[in-house]
Design a binder for this molecule. Structure first.
Ligand code: NAP
Length: 257
């Protein structure tokens, strides 16, 4: 199936790397112009910058905007860059960080940093995008939560807190802006092979990987493309009657453990 997002424009935060990069490329392959909004242009995993790949490999247009999601003006500028392509239709609040903490001895720095990027970033990104969508024909907002937003994990109290907040923010925004034609949904990935899980909290490629995979009914790690497929569905008209929903992309892990 092609052209699911033809004539649409998306802004993808954290679109330089990992899941955001796969989402940006999947959208462009379906005819969507993309604003890649990230603090870095070069993918963490290496390779050609996302917007350059879109320009050379697809018929869609793309641009890179330097954007720190903790700064509201930065997100307004990223959404504004979509005007070049006809204005924003889809906002993907994907930028996020993953780190653990020892709850009793940690200073506030882990909590502050995670909440700032993972929660404030989604809040600001949603506001910047939705304020344009309500003045236009509505739109679709896709927020990246995590299975950590569904279940508690003691080594990651701040991260779980942030991803649970993203889930409820999604439901609240869906309620508030559904009447304006804005759909808001969340994706909850499990173990996805990105630099987040090879370097930041190393699981993939470590001794722990095999034991982790034993907890996944499909017995494999997720790939960024698995997340991108769901982000594509949620952004497209196939999900026209889907809002305030959480889609889990974890190979069956969280419903069987
Ligand atoms: P990733 O490979 O590290 O990519 C995240 C991108 O976001 C990076 O390019 C990063 O840039 C950027 N970023 C970080 N802070 C930012 C900020 N303040 N403003 C703008 N961009 C920023 O991670 P990923 O695995 O693709 O994760 C994407 C989303 O999926 C996150 O919300 C994450 O929590 C969620 N998720 C991932 C997994 C997984 O297993 N990978 C599982 C569940 C949920 P820098 O590298 O320069 O910081």
């Amino acid at each position: 199936m092609r052209d699911l997002l033809v004539d649409k424009t998306a802004v993808v935060t954290g679109g330089a790397s990992g899941n955001g990069r796969a989402i940006s490329l999947a959208y462009a392959e379906q005819g969507c112009d993309v604003v890649v909004a990230d603090i870095r242009e070069d993918p963490r995993e290496g390779g050609t910058p996302t917007h350059e790949r879109i320009e050379s490999e697809t018929d869609a247009a793309a641009t890179f905007v330097e954007c720190d999601v903790t700064d509201y003006d930065s997100l307004v500028a990223a959404v504004g860059a979509a005007e070049e392509f006809g204005g924003i239709d889809v906002m993907v609040n994907n930028a996020g960080i993953f780190q653990g903490e020892e709850f009793l001895s940690d200073d506030d720095s882990t909590f502050d940093r995670i909440m700032d990027i993972n929660v404030r970033g989604v809040y600001y990104g949603s506001r910047a995008a939705i304020s344009e969508m309500v003045d236009g024909d509505g739109g679709s907002v896709v927020n990246l939560s995590s299975v950590a937003g569904l279940r508690g994990s003691g080594d990651f109290v701040s991260y779980c807190t942030s991803k649970g907040a993203v889930r409820l923010m999604t439901y609240a925004l869906a309620d508030r802006f559904g009447p304006d034609g804005v759909r808001v949904n969340a994706i909850h990935p499990g173990l996805i092979e990105t630099t987040m899980t090879t370097e930041d909290v190393p699981i993939v490629g470590t001794e722990a990987e095999e034991a982790f995979q034993e907890t996944i009914p499909l017995r494999r790690n997720g790939q960024p493309e698995d997340v991108a497929d769901i982000a594509l569905f949620l952004a497209s008209d196939l999900a026209d009657y889907v809002s305030g929903e959480s889609v889990v992309v974890d190979g069956g892990m969280s419903s069987t453990q």
